[in-house]
Design a binder for this molecule. Structure first.
Ligand code: PGA
Length: 242
């Protein structure tokens, strides 16, 4: 696993974008993530697209996860996030953009279909990831067991609390989500994980300190992948003596 340290959020966003832009032609399938962390990277990609350095015209995208129970045009749905933070501002063909969608928490067919889609595409050529303070990746939360494939999860209290900042109150946060499993995510040929701010230090420590894999910190499954680069801010590096 490669670790790249940037002085702050703006710098890790720029460094990750430069890497992607440099290898743009080798990517057909782009794996994107939501959350506040990748927004800076998306800004950089939008600018590069406007400057004519990269095009999304022939690209297909896959996203990691989506709340269950929010309409696509709800301002907190991950489809809405991707449209407004990236897709609306670049030359991507929206019909080539994929965000999982389940109609309710019993919709196992949606999970199977999404895995089939990812498999048919051959996995993402590059997958962008954020990480939760507890080491979650997408909606794969610390647990005794994890599903390998795309699955439906009940959100933990800590995630409901963390995500409630985007809603009027905690009651409005959906209780279920559909998410790629770590197995689905590991099908990507290359993975970039971004982490900014010392709150993420404990999670990153578990990811980089040894070669142990644990469902208690789903990000540790990334140790099983041969091509992962993590971009972290200096404050995280300082906190864990990197
Ligand atoms: P954040 O979320 O980028 O908003 O910190 C990351 C995550 O929970 O995966």
């Amino acid at each position: 696993m490669k670790v790249i340290i940037g002085k702050d959020y703006a710098e890790i966003s720029k460094l990750a974008a430069e890497k992607m832009i440099g290898e743009w032609d080798s990517y057909n399938i782009l794996g994107f993530a939501t959350g506040s962390t990748p927004e800076g990277l998306y800004q950089e990609l939008i600018q590069a697209n406007k400057d004519g350095k990269i095009s999304f015209k022939d690209k297909t995208t896959v996203n990691l996860d989506e709340y269950i129970g929010l309409p696509e045009n709800h301002k907190e749905s991950y489809r809405f996030f991707m449209n407004t933070k990236l897709f609306d501002h670049v030359d991507v063909d929206k019909k080539n953009t994929n965000v999982p969608h389940a109609k309710d928490e019993f919709d196992v067919a949606a999970c199977k279909n999404y895995d089939e889609l990812v498999n048919k595409l051959g996995g993402a050529d590059i997958q962008i990831l954020g990480i939760g303070e507890n080491g979650h990746i997408a909606f794969n939360e610390p647990n005794e067991e994890l599903s390998a494939n795309t699955n439906i999860v009940k959100l933990t209290d800590s995630t409901i609390k963390a995500n409630s900042r985007f809603f009027n109150n905690e009651d409005e946060v959906p209780r279920y989500a559909i998410t790629m499993g770590m197995g689905t995510i590991l099908k990507a040929k290359e993975i970039i994980l971004l982490a900014s701010g010392v709150k993420k230090a404990d999670a990153i420590k578990k990811l980089v300190e040894d070669d142990k894999v644990t469902t208690k910190n789903p990000s540790t499954f990334l140790k099983l992948h041969p091509n992962v680069t993590i971009y972290i801010t200096q404050d995280i590096a300082d906190a864990i003596n990197l």
